[in-house]
Design a protein around this ligand. Structure first.
Ligand code: ARG
Length: 569
């Protein structure tokens, strides 16, 4: 809508003595079509002009009476607002043309050109299965990369694997004591997790195990061959398993730089902090006191010399700035780590690094699985791979029932199943905790990916029936789309570019996800009221163009969320 708002901005700016961008910013969407399409609120002017907002709106209405623009046809006051009415035939023509000519690029922008954005996401912990705990970071991080890239940013996706730390000492002890090569080969990740759990159970009865684990981790840190061999084995097996999940989800990282990647940078990092004079010894440990900032001390080295998660994150931030010269670095990590990132940013600030504020934590809430169709074996973690497989299976059952003769069932089941999991997450404001409910995420008439995918497939089928994959443009098409439902749909399509840029600016894929629900809903209302394949020639052609534009927006929008839009389902 930006384009049309600017036109109104140019007409109003001289009358209200505000700059065009400011007018554009103030324009609102009226609650009902009868009140026009864009409303200028007069409250801000009231104080300056010492007049009531309604009187100002009335005066502006008088100055613009009889006037019009290219895209708006009249302006009329209503209470404290001056309402603008779009010239729909012209506006609809313009929008349809933009969408259809833009094709796969409709919605993209180059606003972010020149930006280099590091996105740290997914980041599961090795030796633990890829559980649902990491589902949110994975799908939100991936959607953000796609959304930001559509704005012209260069995104560098980094999988900050948890592949270092004292747990590896524990794993080595457990494997040496109870490990079985055969079982490890069969089902590596579950077996590693079994050993991890067993270690903790046995260590309760036998605390000496903890000490042994600590020593093994020390050996690993020193680079002793035996320890390193075990660690490499555990890491490789885990990563191979994670790759299957990423493949299924169509996710490619620029780098799998886990925590271990920074091992040989830790001494330099600590030295740098010491040289800046912000570190101090405290009971044998090395810390940065952050009390003044209301934060707990940032510990960089423990009494026994071991470094911490935070030390590695500091080293990683310095490395990333040095290597990629990012303009922003996003950390798509659960809200429970808020304090950690506050400490990290504060230490970077105290180091005098002006880019510290460009390190941005993008937090999200917890995900919980509603018990039900997903039976979990007791004591087992819910694996992401199982969730995805389950979703595909359920989608297959539904499709089988709804459309038994469908040719490409398998790929439709994948698109719908994976879409359900992704959208079930992305359609919620990320900061909220979510409950994952199988019934809800796969409900074809609910606020789901399937609902949107279904609208898309339906349009594909109408166009197939019309024998036109890409209907031909004709001048004046917009003039035929005068029904309320048609106007509403065109207006919704016009909002797409703004929704993407809002989602990008606030790191909220949910803005785009909710919007796509609106598009599908407006399409269904239209389709209910306005038959496409009957009626006179021009109307039919105009409606075919309209639905082709809807299909385009649905496809591009789902694509930015990492969700496929099958042509049939
Ligand atoms: N592996 C960590 C976890 O599962 C997340 C890492 C997030 N990224 C980071 N740079 N700290 O909790």
């Amino acid at each position: 809508m930006d384009h049309y708002k600017k036109e109104i901005g140019r007409a109003l700016a001289p009358l209200v003595e505000l700059a065009v961008p400011r007018v554009v910013e103030l324009l609102e969407e009226p609650p009902e079509p009868a009140m026009g399409d864009l409303a200028f609120p007069c409250f801000t002017l009231a104080a300056r002009q010492k007049q009531s907002p309604a009187a100002i709106a009335a005066a502006l209405g008088r100055s613009l009476s009889g006037e019009r623009g290219v895209f708006w046809e009249k302006a009329a006051p209503r209470g404290p607002y001056l309402n603008f009415y779009l010239d729909y035939p012209v506006f609809s023509d313009d929008i349809l043309k933009r969408v259809l000519a833009g094709g796969p690029d409709y919605g993209k922008s180059d606003r972010g050109r020149g930006e280099v954005i590091v996105i740290d996401y997914s980041s599961p912990n090795i030796c633990k299965p890829f559980g649902i705990g990491h589902i949110r970071s994975t799908v939100i991080g991936h959607a953000l990369s796609l959304i930001l890239e559509s704005q012209g940013c260069r995104c560098i996706g980094i999988n900050h694997l948890g592949d270092w730390g004292t747990q590896f000492g524990k794993m080595i002890v457990a494997y040496k004591r109870w490990g079985d090569d055969q079982k490890l080969k069969q089902d590596p990740v579950n077996y590693l997790y079994y050993l991890y759990v067993r270690f903790h159970q046995e260590a309760e009865a036998d605390p000496a195990l903890e000490e042994e684990a600590r020593l093994w981790f020390k050996r690993l840190e020193k680079g002793e061959a035996e320890a390193v061999t075990y660690w490499e084995l555990f890491r490789r097996l885990s990563l191979e398993n994670y790759e299957q999940v990423y493949d299924l989800l169509g996710i490619r990282f620029s780098y799998h730089h886990g925590e271990s990647h920074y091992n040989d940078m830790l001494d330099d990092t600590i030295r740098f902090v010491q040289e800046k004079g912000i570190a101090q010894e405290s009971e044998g440990a090395l810390i940065v006191d952050l009390e003044k900032y209301g934060l707990p001390p940032a510990m960089l080295r423990k009494k026994d010399g071991a470094t911490l998660y935070l030390t590695r994150d500091l080293a990683a931030a310095l490395y990333r700035k040095r290597t990629f010269n990012f303009t922003r670095a996003l950390y798509v990590v659960g809200a429970e780590q808020t304090l950690h990132f506050q400490q990290m940013v504060k230490v970077l600030e105290l180091l005098g690094l002006s880019w510290a504020k460009e390190c941005i934590h993008v937090p999200f809430g917890l995900i919980r699985f509603k018990e039900g169709r997903m039976s979990t074996r007791k004591g087992k973690m819910i694996l992401l791979a199982d969730v995805l497989q389950r979703a595909i299976n359920l989608a297959r059952e539904i499709i089988e029932e709804k459309n038994p003769t469908l040719a490409n069932k398998e790929s439709a089941a994948r698109a719908v199943g994976l879409g359900a999991v992704r959208f079930g997450d992305l359609s919620n404001d990320r900061i909220k905790d979510i409950e994952f409910d199988w019934e809800k995420v796969l409900d074809f008439s609910g606020e789901t990916a399937a609902y949107i995918q279904y609208a898309h497939a339906r349009i594909c089928s109408i166009l197939r029936r019309a024998g036109l994959d890409e209907p031909d443009w004709f001048e004046g098409a917009g003039g035929h789309l005068g029904q309320v439902e048609e106007r509403a749909l065109v207006k919704t399509l016009a909002a797409f570019p703004e929704k993407i840029s809002d989602a990008a600016g606030s790191y909220r894929p949910s803005i785009l996800a909710r919007y796509l629900i609106d598009v599908a809903r407006d399409f269904n209302r239209f389709y209910h009221e306005c038959p496409v394949l009957v009626g006179q020639q021009e109307l039919r052609r105009a409606r075919l163009l309209l639905i082709a534009a809807v299909r385009r927006v649905l496809k591009n929008g789902l694509g930015l969320l990492g969700i496929a839009a099958p042509g049939e389902m």
